[in-house]
Write a protein of this length. Sequence first.
Length: 310
Amino acid sequence: MPMRDRTGLDTEALLLLWAARETGVLDALLSSAGTAAEVAAETDVTREAAETAVQALADLGFVERVRDGYEPTNRAIGLLAKRDVRSVGALPHALDELDLLVDLPETMETGVPPEPPDDWSVNRLGAHAATDDAAVRSAVTAAVHAAPEADRVLDVCGGSGVYAAEFADRGYDVTMLDDAETVDRVEPMLRSRGVRLHPGHPADLDGPYGLAFAGGMLSRVDPAEARSVLSGVADALVDDGTVVLVDTVADGSDAAVAASVCGLAAGHGGASDSDEIRSWLRDAGFADVSVDAVPGTERHAAVGHKRTVD
């Protein structure tokens, strides 16, 4: 999804925030400095630049005038708080992606992306947690329609757990799978939602699950990892189990272009071609494979049914 759609900010505003973060202006203003003069004194920017940046940040609603200085508003919480990913929002990850996009020319020439910015993992989870509620419901509904008999769900690479929580709210027995760092970070938020969490690879699970779901997984990994995950998913499913992958497909849309460019900048991921996704599913042992648009969203649902072994 294009950054404007995720953050609600125009390019100029995003670039200002990114520059303010890079120069230390944002950190100074949100933590210790209350005026443009103090910002200039604590950073290497000019007094004129500090005044322009502070006023723009106030106009954007990230700080507000309080007596003789400025203080952060609720809109700036995601730029400050990292403990609860639900408070982070989509903006910090968008700024992280700008970091990578600025280095895109060098990445294209060398094939080696830069190291991800600080807080990349938690900011990515914050953006995932900020997924539009309607998009989450639409994705889960598409999965439920594909596997109406399933009662146990495996949410693969579940990130912040927004999809797992939606399945649980609908009465499903849900296990969410992701890396250990992610599981540790989101476990406190999902504990009360009835979601089981498991760190590791789907091949490590006993199962059996009737439905395996992944929201946005394919656009974050390279083809080799996608194939490995899908092979593990097939092992975790019952013989007539179903896998549903809701993601951005390379269809020429703005969202697909944005996903592909960000994947190039990060060195992995991007929008995959629907034929490629079908081949991954078939190679993993799935039949009756289809890729169809999810109503009301820019994403598609790739569906496969595990072949029954006679």
